[in-house]
Design a protein around this ligand. Structure first.
Ligand SMILES: N[C@@H](CCC(=O)N[C@@H](CS)C(=O)NCC(=O)O)C(=O)O
Length: 211
């Protein structure tokens, strides 16, 4: 069985997170650009991701979708890259915590904010992310204890949550707090992040034409 890594993505999508993660991992991979619209919603691609969304990752015959899951999978599949604390180690706690906080509360709070949906104050108790402000405060604390979410250790959780924070600042869907700006600047200066941006940016004109 081939163990080829194939990422299905589009340069104008969350697939950029996976590209960055793959560049951090440093293993060879192939990218298949999936155009938005009929190609992404058609039966061939839905065999890979029934949601008809990018990104998706194939490793040999195995498919994994969801950016956070893909980042966590790659970190475990290629431990030599040092992007996840050892299973069973104490650092695994905050590692999971921030990966899931990114995929759950942060993603929901930021998307709802961008769409103009505000949780009525008296219903925040039943809303998993509480309020947008609660999420911002928690994230500010998370990025203020060291250079990375795990202190001085960079991990896949920084790729996933860091990409969301960087985009949030870029597109105005997150508050411009100094701690977020310093964290995003630190991450964006990583050689793998720079390479990933260059590779995806080079694919943009073609996709913009198609869109
Ligand atoms: N929860 C998914 C979200 C994936 C997602 O929404 N992708 C968007 C692009 S950023 C997409 O494919 N949209 C096209 C569509 O739904 O038609 C993840 O984290 O991977």
């Amino acid at each position: 069985m081939s163990d080829e890594l194939v990422v299905y993505s589009n340069p104008m999508s969350r697939g950029r997170i996976v590209r960055w993660m793959l560049e951090e991992v440093g293993q060879p991979y192939r990218m298949e650009v999936v155009a938005f619209g009929p190609a992404m919603k058609g039966p061939a691609y839905k065999e890979i991701n029934p949601m008809g969304k990018v990104p998706a990752l194939k490793h040999g015959d195995m498919v994994v979708t969801e950016c956070a899951a893909i980042c966590a999978y790659l970190a475990d599949a290629f431990p030599q890259a040092g992007l996840a604390p050892e299973p069973g180690s104490k650092l695994r706690g905050p590692y999971y915590r921030w990966l899931f906080f990114g995929a759950g509360p942060t993603e929901a709070a930021v998307t709802n904010k961008a769409l103009g949906f505000v949780v009525p104050e008296e219903r925040s108790g039943m809303c998993g992310y509480g309020s947008f402000g609660d999420v911002m405060d928690s994230l500010e604390g998370a990025v203020s204890h060291g250079d990375y979410l795990l202190g001085d250790r960079f991990s896949a959780a920084d790729v996933y949550l860091g990409a969301q924070i960087s985009w949030g600042l870029q597109f105005g869907s997150m508050e411009r707090r100094p701690a977020f700006e310093a964290y995003a600047k630190r991450l964006q200066a990583r050689p793998a992040a720079i390479r990933a941006n260059e590779l995806d940016n080079a694919l943009m004109p073609e996709q913009q034409k198609a869109g």
